[in-house]
Each structure stands twice: as structure tokens, then as C-alpha cells.
Design a protein. Structure first.
Length: 117
């Protein structure tokens, strides 16, 4: 039903103001996001050879998010960089959402994939 139709019915007293309000502004359910507990890193360096193997072995098991927050705790109110206006606190909040993927591609073609579990 369109806005004008609802307002016309309200002015003719066919519906009360609560029904009109519910027709004009329906409630939208938001999904509750699930919290992630671990971060999984995958780093691929082109022409890395042994360095790729060592990095993959280092990040073989997922890293707990609480460990990341302890490391970054001193910088929570600082910004990531001058170009990106986001603080470390906001960044940790975004990373703590389950199922998020961050793919970083650098100028030297190093691929970094960050997944939350």
C-alpha cells in the first residue's frame, strides 16, 4: 500500500494511527551476527620458495582473536593510517564477525588472505 493510500484511510478513520504507523514503517528484523573466535592467515609470496613454506608452517593453526587484541591493545584509539580513517578498535570489531574474509593484494603481488572462524 502506498503512503497516500494509508494517509487517506487514516483521515477517513478507516484505520487507527497505530495501524497506519505500522503500514508506513514496517519493522525490519536484523540478523544477529555471530562472533568469531579465531583468525586464519594465508600468505603467498611469489618467488618465495622456502619463505612460503616457513610462513605457511607458522600460520598453520588459527590465531585466537583475544591474542590479537592483547597485541594491539596499546593502539586501540590510533588510526591504521592517514589514508584509512578507521581505528584499530573498529578494525578488531569488524574482524571479530564470523565468516568475514579480507583479501589484501600488494603492489609486489604478495597475496594475503585473512579469514575469521
Amino acid at each position: 500500500m502506498q503512503r497516500n493510500e494509508v494517509l487517506n484511510k487514516l483521515s477517513k478513520n478507516e484505520i487507527n494511527y497505530k495501524e497506519a504507523y505500522n503500514m508506513l514503517y514496517p519493522r525490519i528484523k536484523t540478523k544477529k551476527v555471530r562472533k568469531a573466535h579465531f583468525v586464519k592467515l594465508k600468505i603467498n609470496i611469489p618467488d618465495g620458495g622456502v619463505a612460503n613454506v616457513m610462513i605457511r608452517f607458522l600460520f598453520l593453526i588459527p590465531i585466537p582473536i583475544w591474542l590479537v587484541t592483547i597485541i594491539v591493545r596499546r593502539r586501540l584509539n590510533q588510526y591504521v593510517s592517514d589514508d584509512i580513517p578507521i581505528s584499530f578498535r573498529d578494525l578488531i570489531h569488524l574482524v571479530s564477525i564470523k565468516g568475514s574474509h579480507i583479501k589484501v593484494m600488494t603492489s609486489d603481488h604478495t597475496n594475503i588472505l585473512i579469514k575469521t572462524i
